[in-house]
Design a protein around this ligand. Sequence first.
Ligand code: CTP
Ligand code: MG
Length: 250
Amino acid sequence: MSDDSRPSRSEARTAVVIPAAGKGVRLGPGAPKALRALNGTPMLIHAVRAMAASRAVSLVVVVAPPDGAPEVKSLLDAHALPERTDFLVVPGGETRQESVKLGLDALPPDHDIVLVHDAARPLVPVDTVDAVIEAVRGGAPAVVPALPLADTVKEVEPARTSGDPEPVVATPSRARLRAVQTPQGFDRATLIRAHETVTDDVTDDASMVEQLGLTVVVVPGHEEAFKVTRPLDLVLAEAVLARRRLNDGF
Ligand code: CTP
Ligand code: MG
């Protein structure tokens, strides 16, 4: 039976939850990672703008460091977003999973598609965002952007003492492997059910939907959607921004 009060998937409104509550331990000492500057602008602002660049996105929920919500709120107030895009700021939790859940809890009811996007992926192009939304609109309950791997991957028996040689257990066929990025896109009800049901520690949201037994699909990711994780990634991110500025200038 159809419910006429529900918009069809093709006109569904899209909200984005941006987990930005991490410390950025691997980046080294300093401010929380999402608040570090790239070419003078906080990484989080780049990430929010990357999401707001999609015409389908009408709400961005930023999950701030637990004691940093007021600071993040004033940061967003100080940086213009397109008029069509609202934002909310909520404090995050101890783990990424908790932070995403706190963001989902703050979502108003009128969005049927939800994206989850790492603040640490500030440079994702709008075409990737739109491709993810398009695939959810097409009926997939969960969509992830991903790229083939450059390196061969080995499964090992982890060393008990760090630095010891580790025996290789297996070499999965690289042709079947993908490196997964964000934004990941979901049918809202499915993502909420996944976060209510799955309690295992996971590093991405789509794997929770897999645990519900549903099919997750992959769309092409983008090199520029890389995650700023270690110091060298800051150099790469600023180089990407410099290249964009050059290209925009001509
Ligand atoms: N994140 C979050 N809440 C946490 C931990 C992580 O919202 N408790 C967010 C981060 O802010 C980041 C995204 O999840 O945008 C991906 O996590 P990651 O790259 O691991 O960032 P950090 O956890 O900050 O970095 P690290 O693991 O090096 O400390
Ligand atoms: Mg982390």
